[in-house]
Structures are given as structure tokens and as C-alpha cells.
Design a protein around this ligand. Sequence first.
Ligand SMILES: Nc1ncnc2c1ncn2[C@@H]1O[C@H](COP(=O)(O)OP(=O)(O)OP(=O)(O)O)[C@@H](O)[C@H]1O
Length: 258
Amino acid sequence: MSCPAGVDPKLWRSLRNGAGRAIGDFGLIKDGDRICVGISGGKDSLLLLMLLVEMQRRAPINYQLVPVTIDAGFPGFNTTTIQNFVADLGLELSIEQTGHASLITTKLRPGSSYCSFCARLKRGALYGAARRLGCNLLALGHHRDDFIETLLLNQFFIGTLKAMAAKTVCDTGDITVIRPLVYLAEEDIITTVRQAGITTVSCNCPVADADQQRQRMKQLLHRLEQEIPQIKNSLLAALGNVQPRHLLDRQLSKEGTV
Ligand SMILES: Nc1ncnc2c1ncn2[C@@H]1O[C@H](COP(=O)(O)OP(=O)(O)OP(=O)(O)O)[C@@H](O)[C@H]1O
């Protein structure tokens, strides 16, 4: 697909270039890869698929795309809209029916986070689907703002200096998770999806707006951005410019890394 109708071609080019740069910088995709693309129906994963289809057409290498949706079983989750979107891109959606919704209700321990439990189950189901469908990569739609909000959340609430990786091998070693949207700003994704008139789908879970700490990070960053316009890009750059000798990690000192 080329620039979708209604979308500012300059904006589309910048998104495509951003994803291409991430793929190059982190070596995310190579010839012969079979990529399971996690499609939630939200703006990020829909845009991810559009960009991967576009780049597939232009890339000097061959890779296959296998879009997958995990249906957690929340009543009203509209997979038909996602299926149609994927079909319009010339692909077929695999839908994994799971009983996550009822499993969470029965197994969630008091005081535990509904969202974390759901996310763990979803990630397990995505790995399972990727394996079953013969994929070696699992592509997720996390973007720049997800990375830096996670960085802040981990520092503010957990006391660790950590965000996400653009590329990481899962524990069993057979699937590599890739995040080609790492350089893309959430506001650009929102604008593109709106301009393209894409219908997004929500998972319909009962606590859809529950991640309040993340919302607080978003608001904080938004406020700070008024004073420090480059703050988001600077925080992302910090993740790629780590100076361990100027940190306090005793484990790294013991290992002689610093
Ligand atoms: N139900 C699902 N089925 C398949 N993949 C999923 C599902 N939920 C999430 N993912 C994948 O994990 C990524 C991060 O999920 P998260 O729940 O944080 O959504 P998000 O940041 O709101 O993204 P999106 O806009 O794509 O929903 C998504 O972009 C998508 O690639």
C-alpha cells in the first residue's frame, strides 16, 4: 500500500522512515523472517500492520506477515472490523479464542492488578500463536511514548532503570519480539489513523481505562513538554545513551562492567 487516502503524504513518509530507521538500527527484520503481528484492533497495531505491509513492498528482502488477534472473550469485542481491515491489506487474520476473561475473574488474587494479569495471559497466547503459525518474530505496536512512559513508571514506582527493548528474545529462545514503532510519536499515529478514517476496536474489558498510573505519566509529560519541547525525544535518546559508570548498580560493578 502507498500513502493511504486522506493521510498527509509527508506525515506518512515520516512514519515509514521512522519505522524503517528502527528496523535498520536494531536489525529487527531479515530476509526470510515470518512475522506474527499482534493486532489488538487499537490504533498502534493497526498502523504497525499498515507500515509493515508498505515496507514489505519496498524492501530489498522478503518477509511474511501473519496478523493475529487474541480474543480474551470480553463480550462485544468486534473481531469482524479487524478482519475486514486486515483483508483490505490483502492478508488473513488469525483469531485466537481464549477464555482469559473468565480466567481472570476466577483466578485473580485479591490486590493483584487485573491489567498485569491480562497482559501476561495475552503475551503467553501471542507466543503460542506465533509458534503454532511457524513465526520466528512477534511484532508489537509499542511506540516512543510507551517506551518513555514505561521508563518513568519504572523509576517512579518500582525503583528500576528500565523501559522496553526494540528487540528481545523470549525466554525459550524461539521467538524474538520486535517493536518497529519505537521511534514514532503517539500523536503522529493518532493523526494518521484519524486522517485515514480507520475504525479502531477496543478490547471491551471491564477496566479499559484502569491504567491510571500510565495516564498520569502521559499528563506529566504533556505538562513538561510545554516547558521543554524536546523532552520526549530526549528521554528516548537517553535509553540509547546509557553511561553505567555514572549509575549506582552494584551488580554491574561486581561484574566488572563498570
Ligand atoms: N488482543 C490482542 N491481540 C493481539 N495483539 C495484541 C492484543 N493486545 C495487544 N496486542 C499487541 O501488544 C501491543 C501493546 O498492547 P497494549 O495493550 O499496550 O496496546 P496499545 O498500546 O493500546 O496498542 P494498540 O493501540 O495496538 O491497542 C499492541 O500494539 C499489539 O501489537
